[in-house]
Design a protein around this ligand. Structure first.
Ligand code: SAH
Length: 459
């Protein structure tokens, strides 16, 4: 076959019509079949584009001027949308975001999993798709001799200038960040500088329970000591009564990881509480907790519906985290076994079970792909298995273990349609049948796509 040269050259300006969009929010347009990825372009738009990178099978471009504007284009409400990169879809109407996520799941299942002719339902969205994040972690730095906070500019460690709000973060958290920044500035607490390895304040983290309105402030420092600690803490909680916990986290490492190993409670409780549905969660500074509880509730309600429990079932929740799904399932099952690799998460899961007086769960630390075959050898026979793996999907050994265990139903919660499609193919070949898939928008304005699949053993 004769190798064809790409039909465009670097730095060339071309006119491009956009047909598609990637999950990162880049518009896709083709020149004689050769795809170019262009940030901030929408399907249906026609634009002048400067070619900035040419690879063998695809290239990248920069939007110069939109000649035909899509009716779905909206003004991003965030002032630093382009610099930040935390959101990818703010320039797209919310309806189009939901439709795009549904199509992405549908197309990926077909292309990668060869799964067609099953219902992929319209994405379940939020009524108000802004200000939904219950947690913010923001770096601290200096500008013109003043402490500043703000996210890093895309692919850099430079704090974005003039960023005083984040439109997908709960308003109260924005206000708390600003209060901490002002107080620290006034007390002369210095910002950490990663180049010189000097200064104190690295990050400010704020988490607020949406249902309880309890706030935890976490001050991440390079040093063991927080200068003016007493004054700082006293003023903070006296001014803001919703603060229930002020915690210092010490991170002495020269690393991008935000939290260090050591945490100490400076004032108030070690935990704040929040609820998802009827279940209460105790959340400490280092606990994983879903950032969008109302959507999590919708996702897990779907998972529960697909599990179709009537009370007598034995259920396995693999990749159970802090047991969020397990505790939901336990209300309708005879027994739920959860397995998770992070020991602290399992401690949280056990504690949360106790907090809710749920007695029919057992949690184990370990790799799901090793623990499940061991359970099989012990004679454990699950009626339903629920999996909620990380982006890389299920380990093949785990898929094999499920196929051997032959549960009547599998419910697959996925944050990556590609690995969902790959894994569904393996399950289909192992005697299972995908019945339906429901996308749920857990992270509006971003390209993240979450979906839950109902899978039955073929009779
Ligand atoms: N359902 C959980 C979150 C699941 S996120 C909740 O709502 O809390 C995926 C989880 O899989 C993470 O907690 C991660 O630590 C865990 N994990 C990753 N690899 C694993 C493995 N091989 N075995 C078990 N758990 C694993």
């Amino acid at each position: 076959m004769v190798k064809q040269k790409p039909p465009v050259e670097k730095n060339e300006t071309i006119e491009l019509t956009f047909e598609d969009i990637t999950h990162e929010g880049d518009g896709v347009g083709k020149v004689n079949g050769y795809p170019l990825f262009v940030p901030f372009a929408l399907p249906g738009e026609k634009a002048k584009v400067k070619v900035i990178k040419v690879k063998k099978n695809f290239g990248f471009g920069k939007l110069l001027h939109i000649d035909e504007v899509s009716p779905e284009r909206v003004e991003p409400p965030c002032d630093v949308y382009v610099q930040c990169g935390g959101c990818q879809l703010q320039h797209m109407s919310y309806n189009m975001q939901l439709e795009m996520k549904q199509n992405q799941v549908k197309n990926t299942l077909r292309k990668i999993g060869h799964i067609e002719d099953i219902p992929v339902h319209p994405t379940i969205g939020m009524e108000d798709p802004w200000r939904y994040r219950n947690k913010v972690q923001i770096p601290v730095g200096y500008r013109h001799g003043e402490l500043i906070t703000g996210f890093y500019r895309k692919r850099s460690h430079e704090i974005i200038e003039g960023m005083d709000r984040c439109v997908i973060t709960a308003e109260i958290n924005d206000r708390m960040v600003e209060a901490v920044r002002r107080m620290a500035d006034r007390l002369g607490i210095t910002a950490y500088d990663e180049r010189s390895y000097r200064g104190v304040l690295r990050h400010i983290m704020v988490r607020t329970g949406q249902a309880t309105e309890e706030t935890m402030i976490v001050i991440v420092t390079r040093t063991e000591e927080l200068p003016h600690q007493e004054e700082f803490v006293k003023e903070l909680h006296e001014t803001y009564p919703q603060i229930k916990s002020i915690v210092q986290n010490v991170n002495k490492q020269q690393t991008n990881v935000i939290l260090g190993r050591k945490t100490k409670v400076l004032w108030g409780e070690e935990y704040i509480y929040d609820t998802i549905g009827d279940i209460k969660f105790a959340i400490s500074a280092k606990s994983f907790y879903q950032v969008n509880p109302p959507q999590t509730k919708k996702l897990y309600d779907k998972a529960l519906e697909y599990a179709n429990l009537s009370g007598g079932e034995t259920v396995i929740d693999a990749y159970c985290g802090i047991g969020t799904i397990s505790l939901f399932l336990a209300q309708k099952a005879k027994k739920v076994y959860g397995v998770e690799i992070v020991p602290e998460a399992i401690l949280d899961a056990k504690q949360n079970a106790k907090l809710n007086n749920i007695e029919n769960t057992e949690f184990y630390v370990g790799e799901a792909e090793k623990i499940m075959p061991w359970w099989t050898a012990q004679g454990l026979k699950p009626d339903v298995i629920v999996v909620d793996p990380p982006r890389k999907g299920c380990d093949e050994a785990l898929l094999e273990a499920m196929i051997t265990m032959k549960p009547k139903r599998i419910v697959y919660v996925s944050c990556n349609p590609s690995t969902l499609a790959r894994d569904l193919r393996i399950l289909e070949d192992g005697g299972y049948e995908t019945k339906q898939v429901q996308p749920v928008d857990m992270f509006p304005q971003t390209g993240h796509v979450e979906a839950v699949a109902e899978i039955h053993l073929r009779l």
